[in-house]
Design a protein around this ligand. Structure first.
Ligand SMILES: *[C@@H]1O[C@H](CO)[C@@H](O)[C@H](O)[C@H]1NC(C)=O
Ligand SMILES: *[C@@H]1O[C@H](CO)[C@@H](O)[C@H](O)[C@H]1NC(C)=O
Ligand SMILES: *[C@@H]1O[C@H](CO)[C@@H](O)[C@H](O)[C@H]1NC(C)=O
Ligand SMILES: *[C@@H]1O[C@H](CO)[C@@H](O)[C@H](O)[C@H]1NC(C)=O
Ligand SMILES: *[C@@H]1O[C@H](CO)[C@@H](O)[C@H](O)[C@H]1NC(C)=O
Length: 194
């Protein structure tokens, strides 16, 4: 009986050792496997224009008989924002934020965001980060929201992380708001190598 359980614990130890060995061995051969990840912080500014000739947001669907406004439950808005390095619209463009936002709560306070940040700056050119989450609806005046990062490409393969988005500038006369994103992303070192 005692002998049997001692044998079992030796077997479990062997399995654990093997798992650790396989992981570190695989890690040596394949940078993606058992990846501990590298943390990167990135701050970006999303330039939102809700009207006028250069609008970045179009409401494409909504609840029957209701105006397609960001606060009405069911409204679906497609966005394509410039992402800039600084708060000014004239600051260097470092990419685009493209995706959809759905007014997902009956009271309009939350929206489901599904969007990509598509980088075009020198450092992350061609890499993307994928976001998905039902956060507070910034378009109805909420001050901030947090969205999870659910994936990425190129430099950000196997990405996970989160970002805080907050409205930092409102210029209603120009139909313009600027949203700052403070992104913390963990991805695999070597993920950018082809
Ligand atoms: C990134 O930002 C977070 C939150 O502010 C901080 O805890 C972390 O140390 C930062 N990481 C790096 C690599 O700068
Ligand atoms: C703001 O948006 C409204 C509605 O689309 C439009 O009529 C107006 O011309 C826009 N103003 C500017 C400065 O783009
Ligand atoms: C729209 O974009 C064009 C081209 O970038 C620019 O010349 C024009 O001033 C912009 N209009 C507004 C109202 O921002
Ligand atoms: C976005 O940036 C491009 C240049 O990168 C510029 O031509 C365009 O006018 C900008 N659009 C808006 C809406 O700011
Ligand atoms: C980003 O990549 C594209 C396509 O490969 C290239 O045309 C562009 O010059 C690059 N931009 C930067 C800033 O490196």
């Amino acid at each position: 009986m005692a002998k049997g359980s001692a044998l079992a614990s030796i077997q479990i130890s062997l399995v654990l050792l093997l798992a650790i060995f396989v992981c570190s061995e695989a890690n040596r051969l394949d940078p993606y496997y058992c990846c501990r990840g590298k943390e990167t912080n990135i701050t970006v500014y999303l330039q939102v224009f809700t009207g006028g000739p250069n609008t970045t947001s179009v409401a494409v669907a909504g609840a029957p008989g209701k105006p397609r406004t960001p606060s009405n439950f069911g409204t679906i808005i497609v966005n394509d924002f410039n992402i800039t390095q600084g708060i000014s619209n004239n600051s260097p463009t470092i990419g685009r934020a493209q995706g959809i936002e759905i007014a997902s709560s009956r009271d309009g306070s939350r929206s489901l965001g599904i969007f990509s940040l598509i980088f075009s700056n020198f450092k992350y050119n061609g890499s993307t980060l994928e976001f998905q989450g039902a956060g507070y609806n910034l378009q109805v005046g909420s001050p901030a929201r947090e969205d999870p990062i659910v994936g990425g490409t190129k430099t950000f393969r196997f990405a996970r992380g989160y970002a805080f988005f907050q409205t930092v500038l409102r210029r209603p006369a120009r139909n313009n708001t600027v949203i700052r994103g403070d992104i913390t992303v963990i991805s695999c070192p070597g993920g950018g190598k082809f």
